[in-house]
Design a binder for this molecule. Structure first.
Ligand SMILES: [Zn+2]
Length: 359
């Protein structure tokens, strides 16, 4: 008979090896912990059918595996934050039948769940990157960056930066002194020279390769001395909140490479990323006001039932028949990420009529 202590020793060794193995490969902890996801609305506008579909998929992906979900309000983009939009986003999500185990309205051990209340954590992460020499102050305006571009390959998220300010200022104060009063230097993340191309396996789109240096160059992570931008804030929050799965719209797929560099620089284990196609209008563009009022709040006010709206979102995912009414809880058993179309979903006129959307 094998002594108990030896069996126990083997179990402990096995667990440690597995953890070390997953960590070494940059894999999430999902093999040995229940998945933990997040819904992260931004109060810069009302929730529309496109955002709602991504949130439904994120919710189902976690709930179908018995995991936990938290809601985090991403309200860092101050000038665009609209009053009451945060409360309305929560109300819209609840109306659709989605819930969360932790959040600004229900509390929880990983709070606060509002980004504007977490600034000290972002400042601390920025301090660690500064101490490690991973960031430098930059005084370039958007115009300067445009003028310095070698090739016009700017995307929506930023322009390729040539690294003008790298090694230019000894301190942040020196950089600030080079600017007129009222303007503050930003902090850029320095990509190591000749850093190899990064790759990661997206849970929906498969392997993604991108050379960050060619595409965006050293990227901005903080707009001024303390203030963190979206890129750093989500990395800090997802790690601090123990998130193992990030499921979001694939407009953020290119940003993931930059976030992975921040995870590495901060010594944090990255979550598993899943990027799903967006809902677009017939002109192929992201949903906007000119495509009609697709806000969840409006659909609710027009008298539609949650089951009608969720039915449509599920139909767009291949989980419900056309016109079927269903609620999120009943979709848990039908959840299959593979059923999702590989291309953006188009909001056609027929669907607009079904939702009584007027443009
Ligand atoms: Zn610069």
């Amino acid at each position: 008979m094998v002594p108990f202590s030896r069996v126990w020793g083997d179990v402990v060794r096995g667990l440690c090896l597995r953890t070390a193995f997953c960590y070494a490969l940059g894999m999430s902890h999902e093999f040995h912990v229940a998945p933990r996801g997040r819904l992260a609305p931004s109060p810069t506008g009302a929730l529309h059918v496109g955002n709602a579909r991504s949130f439904l998929i994120a919710w189902l992906s976690i709930r179908s595996r018995g995991g936990s979900l938290l809601l985090r309000m991403e309200d860092l983009d101050h000038p665009k934050v609209k009053p009451r939009a945060a409360e309305e986003a929560l109300a819209d999500l609840r109306w659709l039948g989605l819930d969360w185990d932790e959040g600004p309205d229900v509390g929880g051990p990983a709070g606060p769940y509002v980004q504007s209340a977490r600034l000290a954590q972002y400042a601390s992460a920025l301090g660690r990157l500064q101490a490690a020499g991973c960031v430098y102050p930059c005084v370039c305006s958007r115009k300067d960056v445009e003028a310095g571009q070698a090739a016009p390959h700017a995307d929506e998220e930023g322009l390729a930066y040539g690294g003008v300010c790298r090694h230019r200022f000894a301190t942040y104060a020196a950089a600030a002194a080079a600017l007129p009063a009222g303007r503050l230097p930003a902090w850029r993340f320095a990509l190591a020279d000749g850093a190899p191309a990064m790759a990661f396996e997206d849970g929906f789109h498969g392997w993604q390769h991108e050379q960050v240096a060619d595409r965006v160059g050293d990227f901005v992570i903080a707009r001024h001395a303390q203030g963190a931008g979206y890129m750093l804030a989500v990395v800090v929050d997802d790690a601090a909140m123990g998130i193992t799965e990030v499921l979001r719209g694939d407009d953020l797929l290119p940003a993931t490479h930059r976030q992975l560099r921040l995870y590495r620089a901060l010594g944090l284990p990255p979550p598993r990323f899943i990027h799903v196609p967006l809902v677009v209008s017939t002109d192929g563009r992201r949903l906007a006001k000119r495509h009609g009022d697709t806000r969840i709040a409006t659909l609710r006010q027009q008298g539609l039932r949650p089951s009608q709206v969720v039915g449509l979102l599920a139909e767009w995912c291949g989980w419900a028949a056309p016109g079927e009414e269903i609620l999120p809880a009943a979709l848990i058993a039908r959840f299959r990420l593979e059923a999702l179309p590989r291309v953006p979903v188009v909001l056609t006129e027929t669907i607009q009529q079904r939702l009584h959307i007027r443009s």
